[in-house]
Design a protein around this ligand. Structure first.
Ligand SMILES: NC(=O)C1=CN([C@@H]2O[C@H](COP(=O)(O)OP(=O)(O)OC[C@H]3O[C@@H](n4cnc5c(N)ncnc54)[C@H](OP(=O)(O)O)[C@@H]3O)[C@@H](O)[C@H]2O)C=CC1
Ligand SMILES: O=C(O)C1=N[C@H](C(=O)O)C[C@H](O)C1
Length: 252
């Protein structure tokens, strides 16, 4: 039985994870962390990670960018594996995650769905072929009106994967407000739409002369991310220190 600390337990994703764990026989939530303690939870909830004195095997994090630093400090002291799913992290925070992964196992992915990780491989391949043929690359992401960060972590992961495939020659152009010039050839446009209850949609558009290829992924429920995060937690518990991602989970 894997014991989980759910960091951000009363948020949207924390609640989906909690209900999946209720139906699971091989894992349980030992404690939750959330400043919002107004909900009744079937496990102890602390409003700060530092107050948590419950033994667990792994932490799952769906919280907010500023909460990730204290989370890492706690995980390092307790020598606990962490699945970090929170997005909107600064470059410094991502560096800290990489540094911490030398001492504890960390699973870090901006998108826990299987489909997005396939999309990442497909867009890398398409970029290699189509950039030589002068196709322009644009990314559009759409999310619900409660999302804080923009662009999404997934849109940035897609852009990074494309740029890696293209020898890091591209720069990122966020929206085009106030622009008074034509697009540069070596840029990736990244655009965010927010509205209603859209779970998460990502499109990568390759626009060439007289033809367009568009690769899309639509998440139909938050459960796809929760299922991925629970698989990652089970994968990570007991692993050696290191930085793990969806590729490790898929190819295990
Ligand atoms: N990697 C992936 O596959 C996915 C990643 N995400 C990302 O996960 C994060 C959470 O998403 P979502 O659940 O929709 O967001 P919510 O805002 O619904 O939930 C976040 C929760 O974290 C709580 N929180 C705030 N500060 C802390 C803290 N210091 N310690 C612990 N908990 C804290 C919030 O409390 P309060 O409201 O009181 O501030 C809230 O209850 C976002 O960054 C989102 O982009 C989301 C879906 C999939
Ligand atoms: O906030 C969300 O909801 C989501 N956030 C992640 C992101 O920023 O990429 C993943 C998913 O698209 C849902």
């Amino acid at each position: 039985m894997i014991k989980i600390i759910m960091h951000g337990c009363n948020g949207k994703m924390g609640q989906v994870i909690s209900s999946l764990v209720d139906d699971s026989e091989d894992c349980m939530i030992a404690a939750g962390i959330d400043p919002n303690v107004s909900k009744s939870n079937p496990y102890p909830v602390f409003n700060k990670i530092d107050d948590c004195d419950i033994h667990a095997d792994v932490i799952i994090d769906f919280s907010t960018a500023t909460a990730v630093k204290p989370l890492l400090e706690y995980a390092l002291v307790k020598q606990l594996p962490v699945v970090i799913c929170t997005t909107g992290l600064s470059e410094d925070m991502i560096d800290l995650i990489k540094k911490s992964a030398k001492k504890i196992p960390i699973f870090f992915s901006a998108n826990m769905s299987l489909g997005i990780n396939l999309l990442i491989s497909l867009v890398k391949r398409a970029s290699e072929i189509l950039s030589d043929a002068n196709f322009d690359i644009e990314i559009i992401e759409k999310h619900h009106n409660q999302k804080i960060d923009a662009p999404s972590g997934t849109a940035l992961a897609l852009a990074d994967a494309i740029n890696e495939a293209l020898d890091h020659q591209y720069t990122y152009k966020y929206d085009r407000h106030s622009e008074r010039k034509k697009r540069d050839k070596k840029e990736i446009g990244i655009h965010a739409v927010r509205g209603g209850t859209i779970v998460g949609e990502h499109s990568v558009i390759f626009a060439g002369k007289d033809e367009i290829i568009e690769l899309n992924h639509t998440a139909m429920s938050k459960e796809v991310f929760a299922v991925g995060a629970l698989k990652a937690a089970k994968f990570l518990a007991g692993k050696a220190p290191g930085l793990y991602n969806m590729d490790h989970l898929i190819n295990q």
